[in-house]
Design a protein around this ligand. Structure first.
Ligand SMILES: [Zn+2]
Length: 444
């Protein structure tokens, strides 16, 4: 039985239900009743006829229903630069390849087409919400809203002119215009997305700190991506990045710090106490040989660590299930502890803990009555995920994103049997080909 956009009262009946409330629990023989955009009830199937006699039943055989996955760090429009420059050091990659391509092509059309391609990939990978950092977030918001997805759009702040803004006042004016347009949006929220400590001034950090406090916004920042940042920051600002941000009043629960590879043990209690959220992007870090984020040590210190794919130019896929697997395996290797980041706990990093980092845990991140009806279902019937001894083990160590079968956001089905319901694959293919020709002809 299928569910149309208009019929928004239905009961999903999966073989397994993982609510993330509490983390590590699995229910069988349960139904999730959706009414409009919210979860109206979670109950044993045996009670469904009595409590919801009229509700349309949607059986999900061989499937596990999970909260929609949350990609905590990405640059969605950069899908168009996927595979353009690989196997290079971070600064060579950025200065000689990525920034020149962006200077040439960045604009509304580029962002519109790149974000549509990313949204298609997100949905087919079970991702319902993403935390973005890129130019033209207003255009990205439009595309994402039309796809029916959820996102937090980062308004960029960087110390040089781009097609998005010319100077500090320009970046802040555009950020506050975005804030105005997102503040009552059901699907899109906004944050500040300062590029990195080395490309943002003290004055701009202070300005966004005050605006973020006033409007209750997150600050989404690349931080300590490489160890070279520490010496550079001491030379440029007289302080390493963490003490500098602490002095500027940025180390608090609003800060979403991405990468964090160059951390000392002594930094961890400081981050935990301040409530800073960390996003680990292991595949981007591995590919650029940036170092290792000490995921397990951070978690043990009490820091909320989440996972992001980073942009498609440095990963090169937007596969969050794959990223989670890399994160957990790497954590074991880096900490020399096979018990690090157990599978039953790992899924929290891309669901409920991600929602907490985004200040959206009251709405998304777990399957609970009253929360938004954001789910993905994963088909575990294939031999690749048999036999079924332990479901979290399968989800973290054996499942591929190709097993994602259905996706719902705010009660609306956006992916049905892997077919997108709100995005036109053929149109996305054509626009991507157009960019391949344009960007390709510019390459040396
Ligand atoms: Zn990034």
């Amino acid at each position: 039985m299928t569910v149309t956009a208009d019929s928004r009262q239905y009961a999903l009946i999966p073989d397994w239900l993982i609510t993330m409330q509490p983390v590590g629990a699995v229910l069988t023989g349960h139904a999730v009743v959706v009414s409009g955009d919210v979860i109206a009830d979670i109950l044993p199937v045996a009670q469904l006829a009595q409590r919801h006699p009229q509700v349309q039943r949607v059986a999900l055989p061989d499937q596990v229903l999970l909260p929609g996955l949350i990609n905590m760090h990405t640059h969605s429009a950069m899908t168009l630069l996927r595979g353009l420059a690989d196997d290079l050091p971070l600064m060579t990659w950025l200065h000689d390849h990525i920034w020149p391509a962006e200077q040439r092509w960045l604009g509304e059309e580029y962002v519109r087409d790149g974000v549509a391609l990313a949204c298609l990939e997100y949905l087919r990978g079970g991702i319902t919400c993403y935390n973005d950092s890129y130019f033209f977030p207003d255009v990205a918001a439009e595309v994402t809203r039309a796809a029916g997805m959820r996102a937090v759009m980062g308004a960029p702040v960087i110390n040089f002119p781009t097609p998005w803004a010319q100077d500090s006042d320009g970046y802040f004016a555009r950020a506050m215009a975005l804030q105005q347009c997102c503040q009552d949006d059901a699907l899109i929220a906004m944050s500040f997305a300062p590029h990195a400590p080395y490309s943002v001034s003290d004055a701009d950090f202070v300005r966004m700190r005050d605006l973020a406090a006033e409007h209750d916004l997150r600050i989404h920042l690349h931080l300590l991506e490489t160890s070279g940042e520490i010496a550079d920051s001491k030379a440029q600002f007289g302080l390493a990045p963490l003490p500098r941000l602490q002095q500027l009043g940025l180390l608090n629960e609003r800060l979403i710090a991405v990468h964090m590879t160059a951390l000392a043990d002594a930094d961890m209690p400081l981050l935990a106490e301040a409530g800073v959220h960390v996003v680990h992007c292991p595949e981007s870090n591995l590919k650029l040989a940036s170092g290792f984020c000490p995921l397990w040590k951070l978690q043990q210190a009490g820091v909320n660590v989440t996972v992001g794919t980073d942009g498609a130019a440095s990963n090169n896929d937007l596969d969050l299930l794959g990223e989670l697997r890399t994160a957990t395996l790497l954590a074991k290797g880096v900490s020399a502890d096979p018990e690090a980041v157990p599978a039953s706990q790992a899924l929290a990093m891309i669901t409920i803990n991600a929602a907490r980092a985004l200040n959206l845990a009251h709405r998304i991140g777990s399957i609970e009555t009253g929360k938004q009806a954001d789910f993905c279902s994963i088909d575990l019937s294939e031999p690749d995920t048999q036999p079924m001894h332990e479901i979290f083990s399968h989800l973290v160590y054996a499942t591929s994103r190709q097993q994602v079968r259905h996706v719902w956001v705010a009660g609306r089905q956006l992916l049905r049997d892997r077919e997108p319901q709100t995005l036109d694959i053929e149109r996305i293919r054509q626009s991507t080909k157009k960019w391949q020709q344009r960007i390709g002809t510019q390459q040396p």
